[in-house]
Ligand binder design. Sequence first.
Ligand code: VG1
Ligand code: CO
Length: 540
Amino acid sequence: MTTVATTPIAGQKPGTSGLRKKTPVFMSRHYLENFVQAIFDVVGAKGKAFVLGGDGRYFNDRAAQVILRMAAANGAARVIVGQGAILSTPAASHLIRLNQTDGGIIMSASHNPGGPDEDFGVKFNMPNGGPAPEAVTEAMFQRTTEITEYRMLEAQDVDLGRIGRHQLGDMVVDVVDPVTDYAALMETLFDFGAIRAMFAGGFRMRMDSMCAVTGPYAVEVLENRLGAPKGTCVNATPLPDFGGMHPDPNPTWAKALMDEMFSDAAPDFGAASDGDGDRNMVVGRGIYVSPSDSLAVLAANAHLAPGYAKGLRGVARSMPTSAAADRVADALGIGKYETPTGWKFFGNLLDAGQATICGEESFGTGSDHVREKDGLWAVLLWLNILAVRKQSVAEILREHWAKFGRNYYSRHDFEAIETARADAMFAALRGSLSDLPGRQVEGMVVQSADDFAYTDPVDGSVSQKQGVRVLFQDGSRIVYRLSGTGTEGATLRVYLERYAAGPSGLDLDAQAALAPVIRAAHALAGIADHTGRTAPDVVT
Ligand code: VG1
Ligand code: CO
């Protein structure tokens, strides 16, 4: 065991989901080591067991060996690693819970591109399987600012290609198949027989794993266990640079899937997932399902799947997510919760049994089966619902809107803005909040405007400044936030929502229906003046 002298490196502050930086930064001297030592200093490693895996992006394999040697040097007793250092984020969460480990380290920058010049990331998950809460990540960050040394075992690489037990110093390394336990969990939740019968009856699907981590999971579950025709899963081999794809499952980056789903040859159902497998996009033949609507439809129909047949305890959504899920919760007479952005805020609600299903507008949905959002889980719940209802995605959506009304919704992202300009825009916006109520814009009257703060109902912790909200009298809403996962400048996210009760006006194009809200969003924040941008880079 060696103790290596080091000095603090600035900027090792975890964001919405772990620490993310450009890969060369992560590969620079002491960078990974400092952060990993800070993790172990905060959570303690002596005698403990952890799970380790990542999404297979560039540097995943090398980082895994470093983390293993550091875990051994810090006295950990056992680390469970996915074969090839691969684990999807939800599968890692499941392994932590299944094996009751003391947490886990996930190597991923999720939906950010991967490669030597792209992004890398590391996050710590707690013994409940969920992302570390703010108090813990803050303590890790504090530790990085005062670190003077880290511990490293001098040893050869562990053969992570071979399943089975290995020894690293005094520590045991158990290399496991990344898919088996996860697939078994899915079989307990969904009616595989019904879905298998649907595929056998000619139902066709395209699952686009975007050359990221869900490939092996999708092939095993959809093709091997559910009998979907070979070739249902595309881009199913995880690659270090994701084959040059940007593994963010949205209409912009999963364009090939969108094109196919809107073509004459479209299959019945399409889905895509992100770098680390926790996000999903769902598309019907000729119809896109917005993530906020997906959450609402899943909540309304979850009881059709065996794992949720007893009904839901509650539904939680992040604040910028549309209120569509709230309408379902009200109709079901169950709890509804509104949290800040980031899955870590759902952990307490799930642990306390207050929420069963959670979701975010950013293509994330999940349930209490793990403590992360879970892309393939959402796909399987949709398949289960389709198998039971025997309707198309379009029919299910239209019936949903007819019953609950429709929350037209879109998010506009303005990427890589100069940080100082973005900060100035927010300062001005925050300064104007108290004057906004009563103001008319685009024919709508502002009812209230605030900076979202959240008090966790379980542990009472408070999170401030989680997004600026402007609420209008007609129920429309604008939310402004800065991304906490980007690695270049600032990314402004503008979330737009407008409610249509129906029965008419439920079938409009979302951008058209939101046009006045979009114009109001630009006017109220002075987006063009502050940032020089008039149009978003990504629209979802
Ligand atoms: C984004 C999303 C957020 C999500 C987070 C992590 O954060 O908006 O909803 O939880 O990514 O998702 P931000 O701070 O950039 O808006 V993932 O798939 O990167 O684990
Ligand atoms: Co992700």
